[in-house]
Design a protein around this ligand. Structure first.
Ligand SMILES: CC1=C(CCC(=O)O)c2cc3nc(cc4[nH]c(cc5[nH]c(cc1n2)c(C)c5CCC(=O)O)c(CCC(=O)O)c4C)C(CCC(=O)O)=C3C
Ligand SMILES: [Fe+2]
Length: 376
C-alpha cells in the first residue's frame, strides 16, 4: 500500500486557470490575449467587452481562484501536506503562467502537479492548457532556466468532490423556487458551447461517439446530478444538456441549443420553472454572471418563467479535498503503485496522460503533459 500522505515525486501544486481582467483598462488587452489567432469576429469582442464593463471591468474569476488557493492550502495543512507549496498561474492574465513557472524554478521546484480549472476534455478545456504549459516551459529553457517537469492531473468532471457540491446547489435552488412550481421544475445543465468539429474530436481518438468526450462527459455528470436529486427529493425532474457563451463566426456550427432558446422552448411547452445548472464551469466567473445570471435570467423574466441558477463548486472544501486526492493518487501512480481512482458515473476515471491526438488542434503545436510531450 502506498503512503496516502506522500506527495512524492511532487514538490508543488500549480493551480492553472484562465485569468481575467481586474479593472476597465485590463479588458481590451485581456480579450486580445484570449482571442489572438482564434478568428473571433470584432462584433463579438465588442459585445463581450461590454459584459466585463457592466461589472466595472472586473472578472470574478481571480477572486474565485484566490479563494480556491486558500481552500487548498487549508486542506493541505489539515492533512499533513503543509510542506507542499501551492502556486497559481493563468493562461490569459496576471499572474501569467510563464512568470509563475519561472518563480517555481527559482524556488527549486522540479516536479509539479498541475490542476487546471477546467473539468472536461476538449481543445479549449484541455489541450490549449497543455499548449500554454509547453510554451511557458520552452520560454524558460530559452532563458537558460531548466524548467520543472509538469504533470497535469486527470479530468475530474466525475469526481464526487466536483459532483456532490453541485447536487447540493441544485437542491438549494429547487428549495428557493415557489412550492407551486417546484415539483414541475426542469433542470437545464449548461456548459460552454464549442464548435461541433471540436466537440466531435474531443478526448482520445474514436472514443465516446458523436459529440466526442466533451458531450459524453457532460451527459454523465448531468445524469449523476439528476439522479442524486431524485434520490434526495423523490422527484424525477426532467433535464437536458444545453449550451451557452457561443462565440466564433455565425456560419461555423457550434453545440446547440443555447440556454436562452431552451428557456423559450421550455416555457412554450408549459414547463413552470427551470433551474440552470452550470456544470461546465468550476467557479462563478463571467460566463456564469453574465450569460446566465444577467442575460438568460432577463430572458426568463420577460417570459414570466421562474428560474434559478445553482452554484458552481468554487472553493467548496470537498473540491479542495478532491484535488488533494487527485494529487496523492497521481503521486502514488508515479511511484509505481496501482491505486484506486475515485470516479462516479458510467465513464470511469479519465486518463492521466493525454494520448497522441487527444483533442487535436486546428494547427498542431507542442503540448506538455501528454504521451508525446517534449517535457515529459
Ligand atoms: C470550453 C470552454 C471553457 C470551459 C473550460 C475552461 O474553463 O477553460 C471556457 C472558459 C472560459 N472562457 C472565458 C472567457 C472567454 N472565452 C472566450 C472564447 C472562447 N471560449 C471557448 C471555450 C471555453 N471557454 C471557445 C471555444 C472560445 C472561442 C475562441 C477560441 O476558440 O478560443 C472569450 C473571447 C470572447 C468570446 O469569444 O466569447 C472569452 C473572454 C473564461 C473567463 C471568464 C471570466 O473572465 O470570468 C473562462 C473561464
Ligand atoms: Fe471561453
Amino acid at each position: 500500500m502506498p503512503d496516502q500522505r506522500d506527495p512524492a515525486p511532487y514538490d508543488a501544486l500549480l493551480l492553472l486557470s484562465f485569468g481575467g481582467p481586474e479593472g476597465p483598462d485590463d479588458v481590451v488587452p485581456f480579450l486580445e490575449n484570449v482571442t489572438r489567432g482564434r478568428g473571433i469576429p470584432k462584433e463579438r469582442l465588442k459585445e463581450v467587452g461590454q459584459h466585463y464593463f457592466l461589472f466595472g471591468g472586473v472578472s470574478p474569476i481571480n477572486e474565485q481562484n484566490r479563494a480556491l488557493l486558500d481552500a487548498l492550502r487549508e486542506d493541505f495543512a489539515e492533512h499533513g501536506l503543509d510542506g507542499l507549496p501551492v502556486y497559481w498561474g493563468n493562461r490569459n492574465w496576471a499572474p501569467y503562467l510563464v512568470d509563475t513557472l519561472r518563480e517555481m524554478a527559482a524556488d527549486g521546484r522540479r516536479r509539479v502537479a498541475v490542476l487546471a480549472t477546467s473539468a472536461y476534455a476538449s481543445y479549449s478545456g484541455c489541450r490549449q492548457y497543455r499548449e500554454n504549459l509547453a510554451e511557458a516551459l520552452a520560454t524558460l529553457e530559452a532563458e537558460g532556466t531548466a524548467p520543472p517537469r509538469v504533470d497535469k492531473l486527470r479530468h475530474y468532471f466525475n469526481h464526487p468532490g466536483f459532483v456532490r457540491p453541485m447536487v447540493d446547489g441544485v437542491l438549494k435552488s429547487l428549495a428557493e423556487l415557489d412550492e407551486s412550481v417546484r415539483a414541475g421544475a426542469h433542470l437545464a445543465f449548461t456548459t460552454h458551447s464549442i464548435p461541433t468539429a471540436s466537440a466531435d474530436t474531443s478526448g482520445p481518438a474514436g472514443e465516446h461517439g458523436d459529440g466526442g468526450a466533451y458531450v459524453a462527459e457532460h451527459l454523465d455528470v448531468a445524469r449523476l446530478i439528476a439522479e442524486a436529486v431524485r434520490e434526495e427529493t423523490g422527484v424525477a425532474h426532467p433535464w437536458q444538456l444545453v449550451y451557452q457563451s457561443r462565440s466564433g463566426a455565425p456560419h461555423t456550427p457550434w453545440l446547440e441549443p443555447d440556454i436562452c432558446d431552451h428557456l423559450e422552448e421550455r416555457h412554450a411547452a408549459g414547463v413552470p420553472a427551470v433551474v440552470m445548472v452550470p456544470i461546465g464551469f468550476v467557479s462563478d466567473h463571467m460566463e456564469v454572471l453574465y450569460d446566465l445570471d444577467t442575460e438568460a435570467t432577463a430572458r426568463a423574466a420577460e417570459l414570466g418563467l421562474p428560474v434559478r441558477r445553482s452554484a458552481t463548486v468554487g472553493a467548496d472544501p470537498r473540491f479542495a479535498a478532491a484535488v488533494r486526492g487527485l494529487l496523492l493518487e497521481r503521486a502514488a501512480t508515479e511511484r509505481g503503485f496501482v491505486v484506486e481512482r475515485c470516479a462516479l458515473g458510467a465513464l470511469g476515471p479519465s486518463h492521466d496522460l493525454c494520448p497522441v491526438g487527444c483533442c487535436p488542434a486546428r494547427s498542431p503545436k507542442p503540448a506538455a503533459a501528454g504521451a508525446d510531450s517534449p517535457y515529459a
